[in-house]
Design a protein around this ligand. Structure first.
Ligand code: NAD
Length: 478
């Protein structure tokens, strides 16, 4: 019999009463791992009610006690990192070393958020009236709904839960229907930690049923969503009905610029590694390259060799791999269609270019395409696969102009030895983040945020933390 995952509401496993069920697949083996309930509005209502009831007492706890709860969770995660990694690999498809990194990074992130306990600061401002104090305090918003994608399913739980809980909110999380087993394991690790009931709740289901009910719920104070632009737009419309605050971390179409004075071997190493990491299924890794003509031949052939050397296969079956499968058949079809359409418009394959048949699983060959038209769908839409379209440019001006010609604005990169060019790119690229001479990872003390259609608000660091607060002002007359 296939394992059916429970919801987790008010500190208890809530046995699914829903008739609708969804199957969860291993993307390397095409086998069913488990099933989840397609949780109804009723179940969502119970979870939000539990979070709402728990919030006043949670808010009253000193932040240092809330931090202690986060540290208990991070301790459990560290003790179970190997087991967590196997579940991530089985369900999401990333290689075990990367999944282990994800598990440990999740613990580190919760510890980082716990450190904020003594630093949630307000302001005291002198008043225009005699004997009066104006006091601004950062207070929790209430119930946070965390709606998650599948690409870093375990870490993204912490990216919502950490800032929500340390600032005194409670949370209802809806994991992606592609990767719910991660969330079920997270719930299992909470057992025996003595956390107050209702502070953390999980509801499983599809976006259409469970996600809709959660994002329309009038008792949710903040919807913190990570996922695609169309879903973000839909969630924002749902939130509008209740004037609910939204924090949206959406898709990207990151440009990377390689100038003639760059350290070319380092640029190749970083860009190829970034593009095959998690099979290219990352919001912030390079999705299109602009390389200066004078180094184009050397760069493109080096990049093709690096991509060709990528080892791929079943994350739990093949020990030495750099890349696993794509998440599902629809993701694979999308990559294939984007590549085929670029080729029909005149792009050239330098390496790869087609679906890789390993018997089972959703694999696409690590691919480099050259001379892709700026208006081609592959230069406009998220590829979310191990494919790099490359274009040759004659100057930094041209590269910046083409890079900015996008409806997305999440991350961008530049490789150059010239400080002035690097600073110019940081100032003129219309993206929330710019990586200079490095890979695409953001830091937990930074601020991960997009402009244009890539989102509203952001995550991480002080600025990300404060997204989970409202500022209350008191005017106190002596
Ligand atoms: P998705 O938008 O399809 O789904 C994300 C979540 O939203 C899932 O839990 C889904 O069930 C839910 N959902 C779907 N329809 C909904 C609705 N109508 N109402 C409420 N919830 C609904 O995205 P995905 O395919 O899971 O993830 C890939 C996307 O996530 C990519 O676009 C990627 O760039 C983006 N992403 C962004 C960041 C970031 O930090 N900016 C990080 C990771 C992933």
């Amino acid at each position: 019999m296939v394992l059916l995952l429970d919801n987790y509401v008010d500190g208890l496993a809530l046995e699914p009463r829903e008739t609708g069920r969804l199957e969860v697949f291993n993307p390397a083996r095409d086998t069913v791992i488990c099933e989840i309930p397609d949780s109804s509005a009723d179940t969502v209502d119970r979870a939000v009610a539990a979070a709402k009831a728990a919030q006043p007492a949670w808010k009253r706890l000193p932040a240092i006690q809330r931090a202690a709860a986060l540290r208990k969770i991070s301790g459990r995660i560290r003790e179970n990192a190997d087991r967590i990694a196997r579940v991530i690999s089985e369900e999401q498809g990333k290689p075990l070393p990367l999944a282990t990194l994800e598990a440990n990074f999740t613990a580190e992130y919760l510890d980082y958020m716990a450190e904020w306990a003594r630093r949630i600061e307000g302001e005291v401002i002198s008043s225009d009236r005699p004997g009066e104090t104006v006091l601004l305090l950062r207070q929790p918003i209430g119930v946070v709904a965390g709606i998650l994608p599948w690409n870093f399913p375990f870490f993204l739980i912490a990216r919502k839960l950490g800032p929500a809980l340390i600032t005194g909110n409670t949370i209802v999380i809806k994991p992606s229907e592609e990767t719910p087993h991660n969330a079920a394991l997270f719930v299992e690790l909470l057992q025996g930690l003595d956390l107050p009931r209702g502070v953390i709740n999980f509801v499983h289901g599809s976006g259409r049923t469970t996600g809709e009910a959660l994002s329309r719920h009038p008792d949710v104070g903040l919807i913190s969503f990570t996922g695609s632009v169309p879903t973000g737009s839909r969630i924002m419309a749902n939130a509008a009905a209740n004037i609910t605050k939204v924090n949206l971390e959406l898709g990207g179409k990151a440009p990377a610029i390689v100038l003639g004075d760059a350290d070319i071997p380092a640029a190749i190493r970083n860009l190829a590694a970034s593009r095959v990491l998690n099979s290219g299924q990352l919001c912030n890794c390079p999705e299109r390259l602009y390389v200066e003509r004078k180094v184009a031949d050397e760069f493109v052939s080096g990049l093709a060799n690096a991509m060709k050397a990528t080892r791929y296969g079943d994350p739990l079956g093949d020990s030495e791999i750099d890349m696993g499968p794509l998440i599902n058949r629809a993701g694979l079809d999308k990559v294939r269609k984007l590549v085929d359409s670029a080729l029909s418009e005149g792009a050239e394959v330098v390496t790869g270019g087609k679906v890789a048949d390993l018997g089972t699983g959703n694999y696409f060959e690590p691919t480099v395409l050259l001379n892709v038209q700026q208006n081609s769908p592959i230069m406009r839409q998220e590829i979310f696969g191990p494919v790099l379209p490359v274009n040759i440019v004659d100057s930094l001006d041209e590269a910046i102009e083409r890079a900015n010609d996008s409806e997305f604005g999440l991350t961008s990169s530049i490789f150059t030895r010239d400080l002035a060019s690097a600073f110019r790119a940081c100032n003129e690229l219309e993206f929330g983040e710019t990586y200079v001479n490095r890979d695409h990872f953001e830091a937990m003390q930074g601020f991960h945020a997009g402009t244009k259609k890539s989102g509203i608000g952001g995550a991480d660091g002080k600025h990300g933390l404060y997204e989970y607060t409202m500022t209350h002002v008191s005017y106190i007359q002596n």
